[in-house]
Ligand binder design. Structure first.
Ligand code: ADP
Ligand code: MG
Length: 705
């Protein structure tokens, strides 16, 4: 079948006039034969099974039954007549009911002749009934060649109202298969088909629309899912390869004084194996002549900062500048302080630029950036201002925690003549499956190991009714010299209410933990979004310095603060937080040598999803596992970080449910391109053809909404 046939406008299919064509285009996006062919059923009516009347359940599902009509009567009622037939099999009896077309039915139905009926059942007055059943004489039924699994296609109200029912779509599909003689060309290579034992394209298309059995359908679905995911991966990986061959970057050949001195003399600890591996991956990228575009995933506390620093030192060794951008002021300051300390013995110049940098300082930074005196610039989005001009930016690192601003990344590109290498660090573990599909064109490094000696954080779920016990526990911890976070939700839609909750909470905490009077006394800090930055910083610094024992806060503390002495994280109304947020918050404790705790407080009324979230938090601290659960609960569309980069809009595969197929598809796509980057071998002719069709008619960006 040549591809042109499938590009025929849908108007030319027998049975489709201008009106229908119009509706199909508007309602289902079907413009061509190809589009119709790719309209896969949502589900199938299972006509492979026959039920006995005694087996019927009150599920309102479609069932198929063999039996006879014993008699028919008309029942008068206020709102008109209905026709009721008694239908029996050897196990019992039920009713068939018609409200319309009664005359015709009465004249045509045969008494005491076996029928096959099909439809949904109702249960009323101890009797099952089936309104307007589909009926066929058993004799005809047995002869019919119609497929046993009947497809139900996606539809819209407008289509149904305009007479384009499922039956019509079905017959159009049949027409398409007749006209094409089912001669659809294969789009996968022989090797792939053989190795994975996939059914042919023809067979798959036929059985997705007209399955002969469950087994046939399953094989068809598997093949089509594989194909869909395979071609997405092929496009993503190819894009990445093209990027590498086309977008040249500075080659950092040298590993020089800065890196070596730091590595041999100033490393404050031994690197974990994961850190070493990731640094090697980054070194390889920087040493090649392609621009690096890498995502570094590592759970909270996994030690991404040192990796960032060592990468920047490589840039410096090659005579380039580097920058590190963080999402908040607090975090930028912390990075600045941490990195300055680490580099104290090196001869590097590091500056901090944020929204609150004074004008004079700002001017000085601008100048030193442009003349190259400044090596490393750390800061917030202030780095992106037009006035900030680097002499030669070689590496841009974005510590985005859970924000993933593609646009921001690309903006940094324009800071100098050639694009700098880009490393994006994220603490939100993006499930592997999702990362593979959405960020397939980025290289991904993962730090999947925490530095040694970290104690697992003990996580428990407590109901509000146990609050007094929790307070007692907090007092014990404070008496041992520890500090405590108490976090309240801040959800934008109801900010004022959240604010009130926070203030009420704060007051009750201060009452429970009084600043003076008999018994032990306490100091409580409070930080929330409505405070002035200066006040926030003041409160924060009191906690950091250990002047206060308790920090009451909204989720503003989520990113940034590092207080190793804090060992208890209490999360109020924990059921209102998303999993990734809970995980981020928990990451604020467990940074010191002491055993840490996370206490999730909730009321008794919990939704099923909330229960799952809480159970997951209690069960595991593996960020990737948590992210997978999050993906299952919320679907790919809601996962942090994916909003801006788009979510796959798949026709048949499901990123969550079909993650196994996705892995296989990815590995095949990458093997294929490795062996034959331009798909020019004989073997890969089908791939090349399908691929060029795809790029021509359905580019990857069509998948990404
Ligand atoms: P994150 O990945 O969350 O940015 P950081 O880079 O802030 O993590 O590291 C968290 C803490 O762990 C820091 O105090 C850091 O000094 C420490 N750390 C990082 N790597 C190691 C290591 N290999 N051994 C011991 N401590 C480490
Ligand atoms: Mg960090």
């Amino acid at each position: 079948m040549n591809a042109n046939f499938l590009q025929t406008p849908i108007d030319y299919l027998k049975g489709v006039g201008p009106n229908r064509a119009d509706l199909l285009k508007k309602e289902l996006g079907i413009h061509t034969f190809q589009d119709l062919l790719n309209l896969f059923p949502n589900r199938y009516l299972d006509r492979t099974q026959y039920y006995k009347i005694a087996q019927l359940q009150q599920t309102n599902a479609e069932v198929q039954i063999i039996g006879k009509i014993t008699h028919i009567k008309t029942v008068e009622q206020k709102r008109g007549k209905r026709l009721v037939a008694t239908f029996v099999d050897e196990t019992g009896s039920m009713e068939l009911v018609w409200f319309r077309g009664q005359k015709w039915i009465r004249e045509n139905l045969k008494i005491n002749v076996p029928y096959v009926i099909f439809g949904k059942t109702n249960f009323f007055n101890d009797t099952f009934s089936m309104p307007h059943p589909e009926m066929e004489l058993l004799e005809t039924h047995e002869k019919s060649i119609r497929s046993a699994m009947q497809p139900v296609y996606p539809s819209t109200e407008k289509l149904t109202n305009s007479g384009i029912t499922n039956r019509v779509i079905n017959s159009l599909m049949q027409q398409l298969f007749i006209e094409s003689k089912n001669a659809f060309s294969e789009s996968l290579s022989k090797t792939i088909l053989n190795e994975l034992k996939l059914v042919s394209k023809k067979e798959a298309l036929f059985n997705i629309h007209f399955p002969k059995s469950h087994a046939h359908l399953a094989r068809a679905q598997y093949r089509l899912k594989f194909e869909e995911l395979f071609y997405i991966q092929l496009q993503l990986i190819r894009k990445n390869l093209i990027h590498k061959s086309k977008i040249k970057g500075y080659t950092f050949e040298k590993i020089g004084h800065n890196f070596n001195t730091f590595f041999s003399e100033h490393l404050p600890f031994n690197l974990t194996e994961a850190q070493k591996r990731v640094i090697k991956e980054i070194r390889n990228d920087l040493g090649s002549n392609a621009q690096m575009n890498r995502l570094l995933q590592g759970d909270v506390g996994s030690g991404k900062t040192i990796v960032a620093l060592m990468s920047m030192l490589i840039a410096l060794d090659n005579g380039f500048q580097a920058c590190l951008m963080a999402p908040t002021e607090i975090l930028s300051v912390q990075h600045y302080q941490g990195l300055t300390k680490l580099c104290k013995k090196l001869n590097t110049s590091i500056e901090l630029l944020t929204g609150s940098t004074k004008t004079s300082k700002r001017r000085e930074i601008h100048k030193k950036l442009e003349n190259g005196e400044l090596n490393i610039l750390i800061g917030t989005h202030a780095l992106l201002e037009d006035k900030v001009k680097f002499k030669n930016l070689g590496l841009a690192i974005v510590d985005e925690q859970h924000r993933f601003g593609v646009a921001q990344r690309s903006k940094l590109w324009h800071k100098n003549e050639y694009p700098p290498h880009v490393l994006v660090m994220t603490a939100t573990p993006i499930p592997r499956t999702l990362a593979m599909s959405v960020y397939g064109d980025l290289d991904i490094s993962v730090i999947d190991e925490l530095p040694p000696g970290r104690k697992d954080i003990k996580t428990v779920h407590r109901f509000d009714s146990n609050r007094l016990k929790v307070f007692r526990f907090i007092k014990d911890e404070i008496s041992k010299g520890r500090q405590v976070y108490i976090v309240y939700p801040l959800i934008q839609e109801s900010e004022t209410m959240d604010y009130k909750d926070l203030m009420d909470g704060y007051e009750s905490i201060v009452r429970e933990f009084p600043p003076h009077g008999p018994g032990p006394n306490y100091q409580v800090s409070i930080v929330h979004g409505q405070m002035k930055p200066a006040d926030k910083d003041y409160e924060m610094s009191r906690f950091v310095n250990g002047e206060t024992q308790i920090m009451v806060a909204t989720t503003v503390i989520e990113v940034g603060v590092n207080v190793p002495n804090a060992s208890v994280m209490v999360i109020e109304s924990a059921e209102r937080f998303g999993l990734s947020q809970l995980h981020q918050l928990r990451g604020r404790v467990g940074r010191g040598a002491e055993q840490s705790y996370c206490i999730l407080m909730t009321g008794h009324k919990l939704s099923a999803d909330a229960k799952t979230r809480l159970e997951t938090m209690v069960r595991t601290s593996d960020g990737f596992e948590i992210a997978e659960v999050d993906l299952k609960l919320r679907g790919p569309g809601d996962i942090m970080g994916t909003q801006q980069s788009g979510v796959l809009n798949l026709r048949i595969a499901d990123i969550v449910k079909d993650s196994e197929i996705l892995k296989i598809a990815r590995s095949y796509a990458s093997q294929t391109l490795k062996a034959d980057p331009n798909l020019s071998s004989e073997e890969n002719i089908p791939l090349k053809e399908a691929y060029s069709q795809l790029v021509k008619y359905r580019n990857i960006w069509n998948y990404i909404s």
